[in-house]
Design a protein around this ligand. Structure first.
Ligand code: PGA
Length: 254
């Protein structure tokens, strides 16, 4: 059975100024050289327009937002809608990142609604799931991830253009990564949920790992069964580091 292409997507979070557009250009230009790997960047909204004008940020390189509102428009000060992202020329959005869940109180129901809204605008959607350290220590990691994913899918998500990112909260931005065995186990659990959800397409949904992925650990992590990419925070801010991760994916897929 064929497996999904590697999806290596950077999440710049609340980082990046106009001066950093050159980094975006270096990443997008460099990423084009690796066939068989889908690469992209989810940027602060303030950089999206300018990023979309850079050479290399075409359809094969994903440019997207880090969140979208579940409604199409309205009195939601500070928010952006999926339609606004599509209108700009973006093809991707992240929903349900643990920082959105923790600091903005987003529930898995809301995450499902956001993902559904994004799909209705034709965006690729990266749905993030992951347990906290307390939840893992309590032996509840699989249960939490199962709940988060099943609840989001219950919004009626299509498997087309859907990407799941497993990001253990305690591994994000900490330099810690989950053990290769823990990643393998959780990705197998996620694959089983996706296959139950869609017999025909569950196998084709890419499952990314996220949490302190760097050039130095990318090969080991991406080599695990059912790991079909990475959602990369810190290491996506430097072209050299991010391209190193893309290169590791390209080497594994050739
Ligand atoms: P990190 O972030 O690579 O800096 O750990 C990953 C993420 O939050 O998506």
């Amino acid at each position: 059975m064929s497996k999904p292409a590697y999806h290596i997507i950077g999440n710049w979070k609340m980082n990046g100024l106009k001066a950093d557009l050159q980094t975006i250009e270096a990443i997008a230009g460099g990423g084009q050289e690796f066939s068989g790997v889908i690469c992209g960047l989810c940027l602060p909204a303030t950089l999206l327009s300018a990023a979309l004008l850079k050479p290399g940020t075409s359809d094969s390189f994903w440019i997207g937002g880090q969140d979208c509102h579940q409604e199409k428009s309205g009195a939601y000060t500070g928010n952006i809608s999926a339609e606004m992202l599509t209108d700009l020329g973006c093809n991707t959005v992240i929903v349900g990142h643990s920082e959105r869940r923790a600091y903005h109180g987003e529930t898995s129901e809301v995450v499902g609604e956001k993902a559904k809204a994004a799909q209705s605008q034709g965006l690729n959607v990266i749905v993030c799931v992951g347990e906290t350290l307390e939840e893992r220590k309590a032996g509840k990691a699989a249960e939490i991830v199962n709940n988060q994913l099943s609840t989001a899918l219950a919004a009626g998500l299509s498997t087309t253009g859907l990407v799941i990112a497993y990001e253990p909260v305690w591994a994000i931005g900490t330099g810690e990564t989950a053990s290769l065995d823990d990643i393998k186990e959780m990705h197998r659990t996620i694959r089983a949920i996706l296959s139950d959800y869609s017999d025909a397409n569950g196998e084709n949904v890419p499952i990314q790992y996220g949490g302190s992925v760097k050039p130095g650990n990318a090969k080991d992590i991406l080599g695990i069964e059912n790991v079909n990419g990475a959602l990369v925070g810190g290491a996506s801010l430097k072209a050299e580091d991010f391209l190193g991760i893309i290169e590791a994916a390209a080497a594994l897929s050739s």
